[in-house]
Design a binder for this molecule. Structure first.
Ligand code: PGA
Length: 239
């Protein structure tokens, strides 16, 4: 694992250069995107660089990690809406080449088809990840099997509480989600994990220095050959 530490602005800029390099070397790259507060600085930077002409998404394909069950793409808390608003609407990617798991059709066959679509696109070149306070990646909560592919999950109380800030009340936070599985994530050729803030410091320590265990889903990344971790000073404070 390569670890980069800086201010939130510095790590956003540094991670963004990875995308510039990748998209220039491989214009038809397949990108795995994430939602949450953490990637917002990176996305702002990617938008800026795309507008400056440093790289183009015109031939790229995107697959997002996860989606809430029950929210369609027009709901302002759906992850489709988030991605459109915070990235896709502002870059030159073809919208029809951006994929987010369906929050409405949550059948096993549709979930499995998401993995098949990733495979058919050639596999993910760079998968971006945030991390939950409980170590989840995507919505793979603690004790998700490492062999899991895209599937429906029940969200833990701690995840619903962490995400309640975006909803009018915790009762409105969906109870379930569809997420890429751990195996789906591990199949990516390279992985970028970002974390910002003191609250993430203990789980970053467990992820990087702890035992590889399904109890800390992100710890599986120790087994991946190409992982870069971008941390602000607070998130790195227990390393
Ligand atoms: P955050 O979420 O970026 O809003 O902290 C990360 C996650 O839950 O994966």
């Amino acid at each position: 694992m390569k670890i980069y530490v800086g201010t939130p602005e510095e790590i956003a800029k540094l991670a963004a250069e990875r995308y510039v390099k990748l998209l220039n070397e491989k214009p038809d790259a397949v990108l795995g995107h994430a939602t949450g507060s953490t990637p917002l600085g990176l996305y702002a930077e990617l938008i800026r660089l795309n507008k400056e002409g440093r790289m183009s998404y015109a031939k790229a394909t995107s697959f997002n990690l996860d989606e809430y069950v029950g929210l369609d793409g027009t709901h302002d808390q759906s992850y489709r809406y988030f991605m459109d608003k915070n990235l896709f609407d502002h870059i030159d990617i073809r919208k029809e080449c951006t994929f987010v798991p369906s929050g409405l059709d949550t059948s096993d066959s549709t979930a499995a088809a998401y993995d098949k679509a990733i495979e058919a696109a050639g596999g993910i070149d760079v998968q971006l990840l945030g991390i939950g306070n409980n170590g989840h990646i995507g919505f793979n909560e603690p004790n998700t099997p490492f062999g899991s592919i895209t599937h429906k999950v029940e969200l833990t109380q701690s995840t619903r509480e962490a995400n309640a800030r975006f909803f009018a009340s915790i009762d409105e936070v969906p109870t379930h989600a569809v997420t890429m599985g751990i195996k789906t994530v591990m199949n990516a050729r390279s992985i970028i994990l970002m974390a910002i803030g003191k609250a993430k410091a203990p789980i970053i320590r467990a992820t990087v220095c702890g035992e590889v265990t399904p109890e800390v889903p992100a710890s599986v990344l120790q087994l991946h050959p190409d992982v870069e971790i971008y941390l602000d000073h607070d998130a790195a404070s227990l390393l």
